[in-house]
Design a protein around this ligand. Sequence first.
Ligand code: CUA
Length: 326
Amino acid sequence: PRSWGWRALIALPLLGGCSGPQSTLQPAGVDAEQIARLFWWMSGFAILIWGVVIGCAVFVTYIKPRSHDSRVARWLILGGGVVVPPLVLGVLLAFGLSLLPSLSAPAEDGLQISVSGERWWRRVRYPTPSGGTVELANEVRLPVGERVGFRLTSPDVIHSFWIPSLGGKVDMIPGRTTRLSLEPTEVGVFRGACAEFCGTSHALMNFRVVVMEPDAFDTWLEQQASPARPPQGEVARRGQEAFLANGCGACHAIRGTSADGVLGPDLTHVGSRLSLAAGTLPTDAESFERWISHPDDIKPGVNMPAFDMLPAPQIHSIATYLSQLE
Ligand code: CUA
């Protein structure tokens, strides 16, 4: 009896997945609700199969231990082993297949967002109302109650795009464009993850998903489409100078300056993002300093080189400048 307590204790962390910003069992989207319903039906039927099998086992072990009645055995094998499982699995298969067309249908009209999974971050592109494109990193914002289409791809290895609270998981495959559509039903901040092992920092390519009221979303997109704001104060001004002088603009773009690199994330409004380094750090000046000095310590294998050879005051000024880019 004592060991049961331990088993219950060990099983307890499993319940940790039942709620929170990354739970399939707390759906906040039309597609996630369908998937959650399927999950509960499958669990129910799995318990039914388990009950029938265990019931048969208990019956032959304890209730009819000395029975040589072959008719009973035949019915047990026929019922518990042959008839019930295909019936139950057949119902579940039909249920699952009936959901597929709606879950995999691409959203033809409405907002189309392109997301590229790269080692180890996500490049997110929005079309703007004026016909341009806005590029951000590791942050997806969606208007509540609207069906949104995603075009997913990858330039390097297979990644995956998965926002458990909103819907299903689709792989991001080099050389191909996969599609996904989602319709969030609740305002809130959710979490997305990579679900294909893609190398050293696979676990560190998370992203935030912010579901907003449509008006707030439009305001946000308009703000993101504007060029970067000029540096505020002497430290930030020196930071911008150092950013451009040290060649940061060869990999990063900051719209409104001469920095127009495309290898790394666009930093035009990096200070307004919810996280730095794909969900690993907050976007304050201190975190930018840590990231610029030793990105490899925070995200092993990252393409960005360490800039710890720069004098500390220079790193501080660049970090101040970037954290101001709201
Ligand atoms: Cu990208 Cu795992």
